[in-house]
Ligand binder design. Structure first.
Ligand SMILES: [Zn+2]
Length: 433
């Protein structure tokens, strides 16, 4: 099947799903349905824009007044739902918008970007949420010895490696090279587990791929547990030539995931369910990599037990502990994260709000999957150096101590959601230290 016919088929399928979904889900009551269906039927507007041409974005309604007041010209909304509106904007506006959302609301993302108007309008309506639980805590025999192997040094070293790229911008060659490095690193660390393999996922419209490591489940292979964070970085208005170390945002999140991969890879653990670790491309310009992956998962009917998002873990802006985002997430999964932290991570936790399209977890939530997200501080206590050339490891204190508890949580999340295969027993060397 050609790419174009797949696009048209996708459009038709999405339109059919949209029609079947009425009345619309929860917070999107009031969406104007007619123009969406007309456009979907016509199909002509599904012609993708080039990255230099226009894009269509979804912005939270409550953010519109401040965006307009800042002089970012959006024009009139093409459609609106109860929570968000669609605008057609030049691609060049995205970094500026990203910077504004970050400065004003403290979000890493802040909007969804799409290549077609149809996609943007269909995304106004969230898919019906599915539950991933019940979530149970019964894998202490594995998790306790594994979390004792989490090391600050491993996290710090990954942050240093990623921050050394000139930037990891989604359009820059260095952004592609960083993704390739990560794919190789995850393959090396997890390669000893049966069937584990990492791959680059290409996206239409920009060159940086996402990275996906899959550790297949031994029993419930079709049920998937996802741990992710974005691998790209951005320097506000600087574009692809500007230095953007992104040590905290988000080399730290990727480093936490990498440390969990290292610990799991060396453990001999065979998960019952499938584990996926994902480094998303192009988060900083409208959650674009994660949207592609979450939409594809929904199209394929992937069964996702739970998603956790790691976006910034290393800046101790509000003291010790882990902050759980409490909006645009699954409440049961988030409550379960609190339990995991209490039992395994040994630090306090609290909740904080992040807003519309805050980071990649929102792409999964939008597509009906149970997602959660963790953060390094309250949104008010956040790192003010991000999205500039000053987001270095030194600006977060030079070490990775604050991230250690996040990596313990990642190991616990992976094992408690995927569970150890019934055939596997904890190796003796793991229980010694
Ligand atoms: Zn981020």
């Amino acid at each position: 099947m050609t790419v174009m016919s797949m696009r048209i088929l996708t459009t038709v399928l999405l339109a059919a799903r949209f029609a079947a979904a009425a009345p619309l889900a929860d917070f999107d009551q009031g969406v104007r349905v007619t123009p969406l269906l007309e456009d979907a039927r016509r199909g002509a507007k599904s012609e993708p824009a080039s990255d230099e041409g226009p894009l269509w974005i979804n912005l939270g309604n409550s953010d519109l007044a401040l965006v307009r007041a800042a002089g970012l010209s959006l024009g009139s909304p093409l459609s609106m739902s109860g929570s968000a509106a669609v605008f057609k904007v030049p691609a060049g506006l995205l970094p500026h918008l990203s910077d504004f959302m970050h400065e004003t609301f403290g979000r890493c993302g802040g909007f969804f970007a799409h290549r077609t108007r149809v996609e943007a309008e269909l995304a106004l309506s969230a898919r019906a949420a599915t539950k991933g639980g019940p979530y149970t805590l019964d894998q202490q025999a594995w998790v306790s010895p594994l979390i004792s192997r989490v090391e600050e040094e491993g996290i710090r070293s990954t942050i240093e490696t990623l921050a050394a790229y000139h930037n990891r911008y989604y359009k820059a060659n260095s952004g592609v090279e960083a993704a390739r490095w990560l794919q190789g690193r995850w393959q090396t660390l997890a390669g000893g587990l049966p069937g584990a393999s990492s791959r680059l996922v290409k996206h239409d419209g920009w060159k940086q791929p996402s990275v996906v490591l899959t550790i297949p489940g031994a029993e419930k292979t079709e049920e998937v547990v996802i741990l992710g964070g974005h691998l790209d970085s951005i320097n506000g208005y600087g574009g692809e030539a500007a230095r953007a170390p992104g040590a905290d945002d988000n080399a730290s999140g990727i480093a936490v995931l990498t440390e969990a991969v290292r610990v799991l890879g060396a453990s001999g653990l065979r998960p019952r369910r499938t584990l996926q670790f994902i480094g998303y491309a192009a988060e900083e310009v409208g959650l674009r990599g994660s949207q592609d992956l979450a939409k594809q998962a929904a199209r394929e009917g992937m069964k996702v037990v739970g998603v956790i998002q790691y976006d910034m873990t290393n800046f101790k802006g509000s003291g010790e502990g882990i902050f759980l985002l409490n909006d645009h997430v699954d409440a049961d999964l988030t409550a379960f994260l609190g339990k995991l932290i209490e039992v395994y991570a040994g630090v306090p936790w609290a909740t904080t709000e992040c807003g519309y399209a805050c980071s990649d977890h929102a792409s999964w939530t939008r597509n009906g999957y149970p997602a959660s997200a963790v953060f390094e501080s309250t949104v008010d206590g956040r790192n003010r150096a991000i999205h500039t050339e000053r987001d270095t490891l030194a600006a977060s204190g030079g070490g990775a101590e604050h991230s250690v508890a996040f990596a313990k949580l990642a190991v616990a999340f992976a094992v408690e959601l995927a569970k150890a295969s019934s055939a596997a027993s904890v190796p003796a060397e793991l229980t010694r230290r």
